[in-house]
Design a protein around this ligand. Structure first.
Ligand SMILES: CC(C)(COP(=O)(O)OP(=O)(O)OC[C@H]1O[C@@H](n2cnc3c(N)ncnc32)[C@H](O)[C@@H]1OP(=O)(O)O)[C@@H](O)C(=O)NCCC(=O)NCCS
Length: 464
């Protein structure tokens, strides 16, 4: 039954012993992230060369016509090293589950959640950085955080009615004005050196996102003047301050967890794949990530966290607080009968409860167990999967990450749901940027899969 599903599977991670040997589990001390990457890149180039020599001509399995019509589900098509998603177990970042990341990655003094700085190091190198390395990253990002005046002006001139995600995408696109990669390419940089300026752009991109997000939030929702970034504080603390929540230690902790768990979900999801695809044309990281954001802004992807809150609020308005299970069931069925999806439930790959949902639920149990909206989320969790199973369409009736995030943000007073996907976007930059850097380091080619017309498919199978 749907009530006992907070479980983990016994599936082994897709993380070979060879990969473990290549990427040892802790980072060597006294090295910067860029220096460490420079050491790892030649090793990985050799490794990929070997894998291709040994396995390059082997078939990966059959492709069936339904996959072409069916959104390419399950089609093996991409290399993505930062994270791997198992249908039953959920995400692993360089082989590490979310609880393992919570245990192993450095934390802020007095904090319990991992610092996203450490997660970025892990995504890029497969190694757990030291506390000092993470502090250096916080400082580096703080130093790079200012956005050009003309980008501030673009944001200030956006009407508040323009969705925050559209504003976000505009600003990130405009950052391409100062792209180190675009300039280096114009100056004739060698292919072998592509990863260096891509790294610099990616660091700038991540560093500048809090100032962009904070400016959008304050412009659209009228929350006063943007404070300055504090180079002595970590990334999530600064982001929280820019949003006006820096004094709330629990909110800052939530941001650390939130950015960590939303960062990467292997390569086939819309935002990750779009970033990789656009990057493959050697568009710089700002252009590539702006494209990711446009995909993240869709209601079947990142906008679902906004949709969940909207749906929950409408439910509460209709059936009241502390509604009976029967009233909730009726509301869920009305949603389905109205031809709409239940937001926050289902997944294209996952077939169990999303561990990102579980991590947020555990955070809520620790910090806000009596919040009425959290209780409603728990009540829905006990009701929706059975209904989706009975309706018989969704392949995965369990909740995904978006079913929970909005409730946590609302609890702390960040109630403007149109803004939620912007926070998802800040986090997703970490995963997309890490892969863009590796793609340039490994010389990933232009993506150009083959498309077919229905007539061509019919012709292909006519006499078979
Ligand atoms: C995430 C999602 C887009 C995955 O899509 P998918 O891989 O095509 O999912 P499925 O193969 O299970 O879909 C089969 C059918 O079940 C439906 N379905 C899937 N999830 C559903 C949900 N939460 N509520 C209602 N119906 C759902 C699909 O719309 C589809 O219907 P169709 O045959 O009429 O087109 C889908 O589950 C969904 O729309 N969920 C709600 C939005 C959401 O939470 N998105 C965030 C994802 S992290």
């Amino acid at each position: 039954m749907a009530t006992s599903i907070l479980r983990t599977s016994r599936t082994k991670p897709v993380w070979s012993s060879l990969a473990r040997a290549r990427f040892s589990s802790t980072a060597p001390k006294n090295t910067t992230l860029k220096e460490r990457l420079a050491e790892l890149i030649p090793l990985e180039l050799e490794n990929v060369k070997r894998v291709r020599a040994e396995h390059g001509k082997k078939a990966f399995g059959p492709v069936i016509v339904d996959q072409l019509y069916g959104g390419m589900r399950g089609l093996p098509a991409l290399i993505w090293d930062g994270s791997v998603l198992d249908a039953d177990e959920g995400i692993r970042f360089r082989g590490k589950t979310i609880p393992e990341c919570q245990e192993l990655l450095p934390r802020a003094p007095g904090g319990a959640e991992p610092l996203p700085e450490g997660l970025f190091w892990l995504l890029l190198t497969g190694e757990i950085p030291t506390q000092e390395q993470v502090t250096e990253l916080s400082k580096d990002w703080a130093a790079r955080s200012a956005i050009p005046e003309f980008v501030e002006e673009i944001l200030d001139r956006c009407p508040p009615t323009l969705h925050p995600m559209s504003q976000f995408s505009l600003a990130v696109t405009a950052l391409n004005h100062n792209s180190a990669f675009a300039k280096a390419y114009q100056d004739g940089v060698s292919k072998k050196e592509y990863w260096g300026p891509t790294f610099e752009d990616s660091m700038d991109l991540i560093a500048k996102l809090p100032n962009i997000a904070g400016r959008i939030y304050r412009n659209v929702f009228g929350q006063g003047k943007l404070p300055a970034i504090d180079p002595g504080k970590d990334y999530s603390h600064n982001l929280s301050t820019l949003l006006g929540f820096g004094d709330n230690a629990a909110f800052v902790e939530l941001m650390r967890l939130y950015i960590t768990i939303h960062s990467d979900h292997e390569g086939g999801n819309v935002s990750a794949h779009t970033g990789k695809l656009v990057g493959s044309a050697l568009s710089d990281p700002f252009l590539a990530f702006a494209a990711s954001l446009n995909g993240l802004a869709g209601p079947l992807h990142g906008l679902a966290n906004q949709e969940v809150l909207l749906w929950l609020s409408k439910m509460q308005a209709k059936i009241g607080e502390n509604a009976s299970d029967e009233a909730v069931k009726e509301y869920v069925w009305a949603t389905l009968k109205g031809g709409q999806v239940v937001p926050g439930y289902g997944h294209a790959v996952l077939r169990k409860t999303d561990p990102r949902y579980i991590a947020q639920r555990e955070f809520a149990l620790k910090h806000l167990p009596d919040d009425p909206m959290f209780k409603l989320v728990g009540q829905i969790y006990n009701i929706v999967p059975d209904i989706l199973l009975e309706a018989g369409k969704a392949k995965n009736p369990w909740p995904n990450v978006d079913a929970h995030s909005g409730v946590l943000l609302t609890h702390y007073g960040l109630t403007q749901m149109q803004f939620y996907t912007v926070l998802f976007g800040v986090s997703r930059a970490f995963g997309v940027a890490a892969q863009l850097i590796w793609d340039r380091a490994l010389g990933a080619p232009l993506e150009r899969p083959k498309s077919y017309s229905t007539a061509a498919i019919e012709a292909m199978f006519k006499n078979k």
